[in-house]
Design a protein around this ligand. Structure first.
Ligand code: FAD
Ligand code: EPU
Length: 301
């Protein structure tokens, strides 16, 4: 379908062949066939409806902090939600639009005395991406703080889902596949000064153990039950291993960093080598955590 025809179906300006690498924290990959920045629910719903009518795939971009985009780019329509960033504190809850940054939401919760989300300090990306991925770590997962989520289903219906209607598990949620539009988060009551101090403590720990200044997509692999993939990769001697511009971080074994000119193909080859070496050393098959567009990652066993 032509750009003109697609444009006619959505109210926002759509661009063709829009580069995406700089919209991801790993900074690799080709362009979106079609790209638009949604200003509100209406734009997202229009784009989704146009995709259903035309058969084009729809991909939702948050902060791009868990994404590996193919060098050939992404067919169909990429909708960026970064302009939808409303954050409204209510009495003991917080209304947040999908494109709001998780870091700013975590800080707002702490200042408002909403306890729990401070455990998510230091996780980049947006609320929508965090809910889709059930982002978290040792201290908390975002699913714990959901009151309800406004969700556009793949079939095109929009409704609030309460926490008990959503499946959250390790780095997964049943919200994937649809579009998170906004959420209402909640927590226990806490003392703002103590929550802000806890945030800083967690952030300091992360800065000491993870390569925050480097271009990466966070942990490349999920942790096998009861184990740390980073530690397994480290013990298998993979730190510093590289393919092209992609390198296993010297600081944390589960981070693959872009030294400047990495391609998606470099990252995938390196992930394959790491997986193979970890299997040889530990007999454990690592599973990718990063989301790949347009095809899920398949590494040889
Ligand atoms: P994106 O990368 O843009 O997208 C990820 C997936 O979510 C895609 O499939 C996308 O389509 C989908 N998505 C995005 N927005 C929506 C939406 N509105 N509705 C539906 N689906 C959507 N993760 C952790 O869990 N814990 C950590 O401690 C952690 N530390 C990190 C540290 C660094 C330095 C980096 C770079 C990453 C880290 N990550 C961590 C990974 C990443 O930050 C999280 O997965 C984050 O929640 C992804 O959010 P995003 O907005 O960037 O999503
Ligand atoms: N370790 C090593 N070598 C390494 C890396 C880690 O020996 O190269 C050791 C550490 O010393 C520590 C243990 O392994 O004893 C665990 O390491 P860490 O505390 O860094 O936690 P992790 O299990 O590697 C997980 C999440 C991170 C999250 C942290 C903190 C996964 C895949 N990773 O890492 O999430 O930030 O806990 O909560 O679940 C992400 O998902 O992208 C991510 C960064």
């Amino acid at each position: 379908m032509s750009l003109l025809a697609f444009n006619a179906r959505v109210r926002r300006e759509v661009t063709a062949q829009r580069p995406l690498a700089h919209l991801t924290t790993l900074r690799v990959g080709g362009p979106a066939e079609y790209y638009l920045e949604a200003r509100g629910f209406r734009d997202v719903m229009d784009a989704a409806e146009a995709c259903r009518q035309t058969g084009l795939p729809l991909s939702v971009l948050g902060g791009g902090s868990n994404l590996l985009i193919d060098d050939a780019g992404v067919p169909g329509v990429v909708v960026n939600l970064k302009q939808m960033k409303r954050v409204v504190p209510t009495e003991h809850r917080l209304l947040v639009s999908a494109g709001a940054s998780l870091t700013s939401v975590v800080a707002t919760c702490a200042r408002a005395g909403i306890a729990g989300p401070e455990g998510l300090a230091g996780i980049p990306g947006t609320i929508g991406g965090a809910l889709a991925m059930n982002a978290g770590g040792r201290f908390a997962e975002i699913g714990e703080f959901v009151h309800k989520v406004l969700w556009l289903s793949p079939q095109g219906t929009v409704r609030y889902l309460y926490r008990e209607e959503i499946q959250f598990s390790y780095r997964k949620s049943s919200l994937q596949g649809g579009v998170v539009l906004e959420a209402i988060l909640e927590g226990k009551r806490g003392e703002p000064a103590a929550l802000l101090a806890r945030m800083k403590q967690i952030m300091d720990q992360k800065l000491a153990s993870q390569p925050y200044a480097a271009a990466s997509a966070g942990c490349a692999f999920t942790n096998p039950p009861g184990q740390s993939a980073g530690k397994l990769i480290d013990l298998a001697g993979c730190k510093g291993m590289s393919v092209g511009g992609a390198q296993v971080s010297e600081q944390h074994g589960n981070f693959i960093v872009n030294k400047g000119a990495a391609t998606c193909s470099d990252v995938l080859k390196l992930m394959g080598k790491v997986k193979k070496r970890v299997f040889e050393h530990h007999g454990i098959q690592l599973i990718p955590e990063v989301k790949a567009w347009p095809q899920p990652i398949e590494l040889a066993a």
